[in-house]
Design a protein around this ligand. Sequence first.
Ligand code: 5GP
Ligand code: MN
Length: 325
Amino acid sequence: MDSLLETHFKKAYKHIIESHNIYIASHVQPDGDNIGSMLSLGMALKKLNKNVYFLKSDDIPSDYLFLPNIDLIKDYSIFDEIELFIALDSSDEGRLGKNKDFLTKAKLIINIDHHVSNTNFGHINIVDKDASSTGELIYDFIKYMNISIDEDIATCLYTALSSDTGSFMYDNTSAKTHEIAAELIRVGIDKGKININLYQNKSLERTKLFIKTMDNLELYFDNKVALAKISQEMLEDCNAKMEDSEGIISYIRDIAPVEIAILLKEFNESEIKVSMRSKRYIDVAKICSVFGGGGHIRAAGCTINDTLDRARTLIIKEIKGLLGD
Ligand code: 5GP
Ligand code: MN
């Protein structure tokens, strides 16, 4: 293990040992990595007899309701000082949504993340951009703390790794990612059940939304850029929720000539959440940072406070300069 990472683990562990009440939070619009990381770390800390509070940032997408102890992720009102706050998979404080307010109450903040754009907002920052997922860092940390990985913890870690690597396919998947996955499988997880829940459980509403979105796909710059939009009206037509857009962006990137895939999600008429992916060479974190967002080189996002059409124009203009067309 990286010696700098080990130094951070040592400091973090010391504070964990000294604390009784530990609060764990992650980012808004939760995904498999942040939910899996929260649950696995929290369950591990419970084995050290800690009171663990799993702070809910947003509604949990139905794909993840099968995870053990998912019901422990709840809303809390906190008035007293927080002994220890652990932020996971969140590149900056704003990503914590409503739980950001609790940071000011925290005596100590541990920030565990793998985003290249992390602002190191914690007192202890365990940030490694080369980790496939926050789950991979949580695995290392649990190992460091010498806590045994049972089937429930392994299920959550596997979900985290699989989600953030596109089932072990993206560039961020390393030999180590596979070695961890192998160990988790040896623990005895039901890999088939996890995969069905994560990837083979699409509702008809989600499927309708997929068809409608792809039917309106826009292509730019010799088909190197593909852009799709999801409006509130489309959601209504399909009786779908915005979380049903999960997976559409990867499908767009899968199209042969596409280098940059863009999905614009209309949360309301002046709030557009942008998801961006690239395949080989474009740094989408850099593009999104122009709009105040960030993420990873091949997967990033931002929010544009404008209409869908204006957001599209702004982004295409930004990319045009970048591709030199
Ligand atoms: P997604 O498109 O799946 O929402 O996000 C892709 C990646 O970009 C994730 O790693 C996510 O954390 C990051 N990301 C998405 N939206 C934002 C944003 O508004 N700000 C920052 N800093 N990162 C974002
Ligand atoms: Mn992640």
